[in-house]
Design a binder for this molecule. Sequence first.
Ligand SMILES: *Cc1c(COP(=O)(O)O)cnc(C)c1O
Length: 387
Amino acid sequence: MDLSYIINELGEDRENYFNAVSPPIMQTSNFAFKKVDNLRQAFEDEMGGYLYSRGLNPTVEILRKKLAALDGAEDCLVFNSGAAAIFAGVLANVKAGDHIVSVKSPYTWAQRMFDVILPRFGVTTTYIDGTRTDNWEQATGNNTTLYYLESPNSWDYALQDIMAIASVARPKGIITMIDNSYCSPLYQKPIEMGIDLSMQTATKYISGHSDTLGGVLSGSHQMMKKIFDSEYLNIGSGIQPFNAWLLIRGLRTLPARFDRIAGSTLEVIDFLKQHPAIESVIFPLDKTFPQYELARRQMSGACGLFTFVLRTNKRESIVRFCESLKHIMMAVSWGGHESLVIPKCAGIPPGDFDPSNPGHRYVRMYAGLEEPQYLIDDLKQALKQIN
Ligand SMILES: *Cc1c(COP(=O)(O)O)cnc(C)c1O
């Protein structure tokens, strides 16, 4: 299916709404019935039609069709946040006594679920260095039901060999789930590589404007129906019609934003790599990246988010650098129009800062839609402040 078709046409029945180019926001909680038997059918299979907007809603349906097609999946569910999509996808595939193998340091709220919530229900998790495929197999017990991947992750971009891990899991009947937020389905298609459940936050690139949250879980019809009938309806964390509409709007410009950001990212990285105050830049499509070959094999691109290591022994220098930026904002998240930085040391108690650990000197940057030279000038003046 053509990308342009997915983005501009798929799921949109314009003749049903006055040929409006932009679809309506069906801001309704419930749907009326004329026949008892039709109501009974809706109770029996809520995924089969409109009953109540905690289940299906027409604006959300448009988005669902587009996002499933982007993922190359049979179906998808759209949640009110990426964290909700992770929660539902994991919860649907474990029961008391089960074991998860997860890549080490997954997204904060995935880790929080594995460490804090699931142990209360007798589900345990083993974290591994996911860069070596052997490690997945070695950590697997006979109660392992889920492999949890995040490739690349969003600080040091460590990759997993997605196809190899999927083929370890499949014969053992282990479900594979990946957090695909860094690449989005535009740059990486895990379902086509054999992954069962592909998750992405829609808050970042799909929204693109830092004005809504959302999360996507894609997979087979059967898997989506299982999750819809239990976790999706029960937790009630499906996306709301207005937020779904914002995400449809964001999708319209997604490829254009990626093209722009991919170019700016390379310009900014080129500037940083030759700056004396920068020790290194970490970006999966940079030739110096340790898993560059794997990145080229399983990702068709990368844009926006990268990390650089400041050449300094002092926490204060990192603080001064971040606080000296005049245009690039300091904030969590990424994927919006605005460029951002976040220093790793913001998550480390000042007394624990260890300059001999390059990870403590990480500054993660997201290059947004500004002119690349505008960003470079801002970085240049802030880098002057550090010593
Ligand atoms: C932001 C993010 C999430 C969570 O998405 P929300 O929409 O913020 O809940 C999950 N994984 C990664 C890698 C993220 O960056």
